[in-house]
Write a protein that binds this ligand. Structure first.
Ligand SMILES: [Zn+2]
Length: 433
């Protein structure tokens, strides 16, 4: 990090600071330029901080805002006035409890800005426009094959964004940005998909071309990570410090939140839980290896096993109906898959010791036949008492929720405080959600 900073430092400034006394007069110029930079950054961070504090509180007075932010009252007043003028803050009067002047509280206008979220699948995309409360204002489904065809995806995303904004009657000037979630190993700093075995993509620049075409900030992340952010934002984990979201369906993935921050790993590949090998030399996985968890308990494997017993191919909907209608063969396959997945999940729980496990994804539609053995294995096979005490929740979310997750990523990125010491800011959320 130090080396990076030295490399980035402009040469003239370095020479001025190392210059002899005779060049003393050049120092203030260099010093001023640096300080001015810091001040402007500080101002931005203060704005973010106040927006975040109001957002988390729901309603708050200026005095409380100054206390919580540790900023001076005039600084708070100055920023608040500007945000009111821009329509981001509303002033709300409350009835006084014991006479006197009614206190004026501040709140965020959820319609002051909008965010767009997109979930990419192999066979299409779901796009939503959400307000600042992460409520869906409009949504659109586009069915088109994206497998092996990233340029078709870029075009489809551009069209989906323009159409959904038209549907929502939201001008582009009010959009904070676009969040995109997709399966695979994602370099979220560069907005690249390094590798997606479901989409058959490798080294695809997603953010660059879309930034140019749409003129909006673009954030790209693994889809399971965006779901974890959504749980923090609008779901079951607003105040949870360490939790995991286990997504089950065609793929199996983990969103890992440690100390309120997403854990992405060195290459953005953390949480590729579906590709831990549980049966060396077993069924071939879509990633090209053999015996991966996903190849044994993923939707494709379940449909194949049940189809073999029936002597024909079955669709996803048929699999769900067979299980719901109590077909013994289908139920045995799904139950066994739940048990095997549960064993792997219990091992993961022993490793990470989260306080909450959220099971989500389209696989949850298989119901208790699939989910009960997973939870039983977690309870019985996790080390010590960890499995018995951990909170387990099932989130029955559809495709729109994944897109909302991607949209909440934009909210988080737009208002996050990169240099904050307070870790509770790591994922932006409301205390009173
Ligand atoms: Zn695999």
């Amino acid at each position: 990090m130090t080396r990076k900073q030295l490399d980035a430092e402009p040469q003239p400034e370095r020479s001025s600071s190392e210059a002899p006394i005779a060049n003393d007069q050049r120092e203030p110029a260099a010093g001023y330029s640096t300080r001015r930079g810091s001040r402007s950054l500080l101002r931005d961070l203060n704005v973010s901080l106040l927006i975040e504090l109001v957002r988390r509180a729901g309603t708050v007075s200026r005095a409380d805002l100054a206390r919580q932010s540790r900023l001076s009252a005039p600084t708070v007043s100055n920023i608040v006035d500007k945000l009111i003028k821009r329509g981001i803050f509303n002033e709300v009067s409350l009835a006084p409890s014991s006479g006197g002047r009614p206190p004026v509280l501040l709140s965020i206008d959820p319609k002051a800005g909008y965010v767009i979220g997109i979930k990419l699948r192999a066979n299409g995309l779901t796009t939503v426009v959400c307000d600042l409360d992460a409520q869906i204002v409009a949504s659109r489904e586009i069915e088109t094959s994206l497998v092996g065809n990233p340029s078709a995806a870029i075009l489809a995303i551009e069209q989906a964004v323009l159409r959904v904004l038209r549907d929502a009657v939201v001008p582009q000037s009010k959009v904070l940005g676009v969040g995109i979630g997709l399966p695979g190993i994602i370099d979220s700093d560069r907005g690249f998909c390094n590798f997606s075995h479901l989409l058959w993509w490798r080294d695809v620049d997603i953010a660059g071309p879309l930034r140019k075409r749409l003129g909006l900030p673009i954030w790209v992340d693994n889809d399971v990570n965006t779901l974890a952010v959504a749980e923090k934002w609008a779901g079951d984990a607003p105040d949870t410090r360490d939790f995991v979201t286990l997504s089950v369906g065609r793929g199996v993935g983990l969103g890992i939140v440690i100390d309120r921050s997403l854990y992405r790993g060195a290459n953005g590949a953390a949480g590729e839980f579906g590709h831990v090998i549980i049966e060396p030399g077993g069924a071939k996985c879509e990633c090209g290896r053999f015996g991966c968890l996903e190849a044994i308990v993923g939707e494709g494997a379940l449909r194949r096993s049940v189809g073999e017993q029936l002597g024909r191919d079955i669709t996803r909907d048929e699999l769900i109906s067979l299980v719901r209608d109590g077909d013994l063969a289908a139920r045995a396959v799904v139950e066994n898959a739940g048990r095997r997945l549960g064993q792997a999940v219990a091992n993961m729980m022993t490793l990470l010791n989260p306080e909450l496990l959220i099971i989500c994804g389209e696989g949850t539609e298989l119901g208790a036949t699939f989910l009960d053995p997973i939870v039983a294995a977690v309870r019985e096979q996790t080390f010590g008492d960890l499995g018995r005490t951990v909170d387990v929740k099932v989130q029955l979310w559809g495709d729109e929720a994944w897109a909302v997750g991607a949209a909440t990523q934009v909210l988080r990125e737009s208002f996050s405080l990169p240099n904050s010491d307070d870790k509770s800011h790591a994922i932006w959320h409301r205390i009173n959600a």
